[in-house]
Design a protein around this ligand. Structure first.
Ligand SMILES: Cc1cc2nc3c(=O)[nH]c(=O)nc-3n(C[C@H](O)[C@H](O)[C@H](O)COP(=O)(O)OP(=O)(O)OC[C@H]3O[C@@H](n4cnc5c(N)ncnc54)[C@H](O)[C@@H]3O)c2cc1C
Length: 368
């Protein structure tokens, strides 16, 4: 059976999930979800589609994926979106980032140990990249990994670590060379989040979620077997999947039928002022998928973040200012949309990337 014969995919999904009510909103990147439920439901879903590789559509088949290209994975995603699929936010770093990294750069032991639990949802991962002085300028990170006999001693401070409190492992970037070496002095590690010396503290979020954390690392010991890729080669390891992560973190998860239902509910469906605003947001939201389909990728994360913000603003204007704080999915979207322009790389950094890499404009001066 081809994984992408839509009727065959639907036949499997029909037995697993209810169809989605047209026009119903769904959570944006886990915003507003109950994490315990999401973990249980997500695990059950990922376990039941594991034999088809649909939780990991772009992983190669030999590692349990569906072996699809980006356009194929988008088509599968469109079919899955017809169903009440559990929110896979808790599992995103493992599925879209760590898995592909271990497939490309991990040792056979690391692949054997982690890939199956990741794709089945048995192992949640977080991403320990950002620091107080290293966000956009990630290459300035200062968390240190120092040789300690056969292994490593880690000391440092990570910030904005989504999922840290319920992750079993973290993908850690630490400095193994001098700070001046910037990109060239960074190494990637597998960090067990329950290792002695790992301290996790919650950060309050304006959308009322408790999904992200500050992580302090004091005298944490790791065996060398936890190193991913070469010493000082962590930048290439981390960057190899960041582009893909970027697009996935900006998906506001609101499709055309949801927006049309919103317009209908507020009697705005015949009003060109409202419909043209809705149309422009939905066009922006569709462009990355169209670009992937025709093999001409466009600034996916930037467009998706803009679309998310525009749709949230449209809903706020239709529902009135009080609705922004009354709770429920639209108010959660409203309070979450600004983060789409920050997490996974800010809008300004995306513009720099497009200017320099796509348009070939002169590179901005670097601090060093
Ligand atoms: C909801 C959420 C979840 C997150 N989850 C994680 C996570 O799981 N793991 C993790 O490691 N990190 C995570 N982050 C952190 C995120 O990656 C950083 O916030 C982001 O990269 C920006 O870094 P910063 O906050 O230090 O801002 P800064 O880098 O200090 O930027 C401040 C402002 O300056 C602008 N700016 C900076 N440099 C330039 C430049 N060269 N040109 C033009 N403008 C510039 C930025 O665009 C921004 O507007 C998360 C953030 C959010 C909001």
């Amino acid at each position: 059976m081809s994984a992408l014969e839509p009727h065959a995919v639907r036949a499997v999904l029909d037995a697993l999930l209810p169809r989605r009510t047209p026009g119903a909103t769904r959570a944006v990147l886990g915003a507003g979800i109950d994490v315990d439920h999401a973990l249980t439901d997500g695990r059950a879903f990922l376990g039941s589609v594991a034999e088809h590789g649909w939780g990991t559509p772009r992983w190669p088949r030999e590692h349990g994926g569906a072996g699809l290209d980006e356009a194929g994975a988008d088509r599968l995603q469109t079919i899955v979106a017809e169903y009440e699929r559990p929110d896979l936010y808790p599992f995103l770093i493992g599925l879209s980032m760590v898995g592909p990294i271990l497939i490309a750069h991990g040792t056979a032991d690391q692949q054997r140990r982690h890939l199956d639990p990741i794709r089945r949802g048995d192992e949640v991962w977080c991403q320990l990249f950002s620091e107080p002085e290293a966000g956009s300028d990630l290459a300035a990170l200062r968390t240190r990994a120092v040789r300690d006999g056969d292994g490593w001693r880690i000391d440092g401070h990570k910030l904005w670590v989504s999922r840290a409190a319920f992750a079993a492992f973290g993908l850690l970037l630490a400095r193994t060379g001098p700070v001046e070496a910037k990109h060239a002095g960074i190494t990637a590690f597998v960090l067990p989040m329950d290792a002695p010396g790992v301290r996790i503290e919650p950060i309050a979020q304006m959308n009322r979620d408790e999904h992200f954390y500050e992580v302090r690392l004091e005298d944490v010991r790791l065996p060398d077997a936890n190193r991913i890729g070469p010493v000082d080669g962590g930048w290439r390891v981390a960057m190899s999947t960041l582009e893909r992560e970027r697009a996935s973190v900006a998906d506001a998860g609101v499709g055309p039928e949801v927006v049309v239902a919103l317009l209908r509910e507020h009697g705005a469906v015949d009003d060109p002022a409202w419909t043209s605003r809705a149309a422009s947001a939905l066009v922006a939201a569709s462009l990355p998928a169209i670009g992937a389909e025709v093999g001409r990728p466009v600034g996916g994360k930037l467009l998706l973040a803009a679309a998310g913000r525009e749709i949230a603003a449209l809903a706020r204007d239709l529902r009135g200012p009080a609705a922004a704080v009354e709770g429920g999915p639209w108010s959660t979207l409203d309070l979450t949309a600004p983060s789409l322009s920050i997490r996974g790389g800010t809008d300004e950094i995306q513009l720099n990337v497009i200017a320099e890499r796509t348009l070939g404009l002169p590179r901005e001066p670097r601090a060093s």
